[in-house]
Design a protein around this ligand. Structure first.
Ligand code: MEV
Length: 289
């Protein structure tokens, strides 16, 4: 029996713009998915195309037990975390000698197949390696970790990443004169933010700017807007949509002493708040329980 876990993620800057080759910054965060795999000839497991694909890709048969702290469809990369942790647990249980690089690459291919061609290599990279990841075009590079006090607000409004990506593509086709400069401006925000990762006050301002630009792209939602404003009023340095928008989650960067007040403000808007911080480990082995 082998138990492995993998973290979720937030986009700090640059979601949607990264789809067009612009820079983005994502970070692994603490809610984790725990996956236990057992080598058995009579497999029992949750019905999930991600799990089935993991066993198929590894060429083995076994049982799985999943315990997820990451809400699904919340924009926090839960499917990538499940896939990464399952591959790592299968690798360990069956002694398959895959490297972390292999796991990240296989997880991305599985996400792409299950999600019918549309998957984010950011999610699988961040979940595998942890820390802060800079996305530039096709490349992904880890940045030095920073301790940030974050509160994630899940709007509990379901959304579809592929639908939101299509919606932005459609707007770009109809109004390139508006959307192209907005994508450039988001890249400008990310490029400035990268130099301020240890300066939360300044970083918060950039998050607010990024959020306004996402609103122009049409990926806002009244529930997200309410939680973002409430977080700022409660003292957050900055707050923005994180991920695809149209529902899903927002993230607030807070002074340490105010994170619980910000969480309360989010919950008073009927969102689910998660007080969190960076995860620097990525996928890791857990003691079997
Ligand atoms: C979704 O978490 C982030 C998007 O930029 C899509 C992607 O990067 O694949 C909207």
């Amino acid at each position: 029996m082998a138990t492995w876990s993998a973290p979720g993620k937030v986009f700090l800057f640059g979601e949607h713009a990264v789809v067009y080759g612009k820079m983005g910054i994502a970070m692994a965060i603490r809610p984790r998915v725990f996956v236990t795999v057992r080598d058995t000839k009579r497999p029992s497991r949750a019905k999930s195309p991600y799990i089935d694909s993991c066993f198929e890709a590894m060429g083995v048969i076994g049982s799985v037990y999943i315990n997820s702290q990451i809400p699904s469809s919340s924009g926090l990369g839960s499917s990538a975390a499940v896939t990464v942790a399952t591959l790592a647990a299968i690798n360990d249980e069956f002694n398959l000698n895959k490297t972390r690089e292999d796991i990240a690459a296989m997880a991305f291919e599985i996400e792409k197949t299950v999600q019918k061609g549309r998957a984010s290599p950011t999610d699988t990279t961040v979940s595998t390696y942890g820390g802060i990841v800079l996305i530039t075009g096709g490349s992904r590079r880890r940045l030095p970790p920073q301790n940030m006090h974050l509160v994630v607000g899940d709007s509990l409004v379901s959304h579809s990443t592929s639908r939101m990506v299509e919606q932005v593509a459609d707007l770009k086709k109809r109004h390139p004169e508006i959307v192209d400069p907005v994508l450039d401006a988001i890249q400008g925000v990310s490029m400035s933010a990268i130099h301020q990762l240890s300066n939360p006050r300044e970083l918060g301002r950039y998050m607010n700017m990024n959020n306004s630009l996402l609103e122009v792209l049409g990926v806002g939602h009244p529930q997200l807007a309410k939680m973002i404003l409430a977080s700022r009023q409660a003292g957050a340095f900055g707050a923005k949509i994180t991920g695809a928008g149209g529902g899903g989650s927002m993230v607030a960067l807070c002074p340490k002493q105010l994170k619980h007040r910000v969480a309360k403000a989010i919950e008073s808007c009927d969102g689910r708040a998660i007080v969190t911080a960076i995860d620097t480990e990525g996928v890791r082995k857990e003691k079997n329980v």
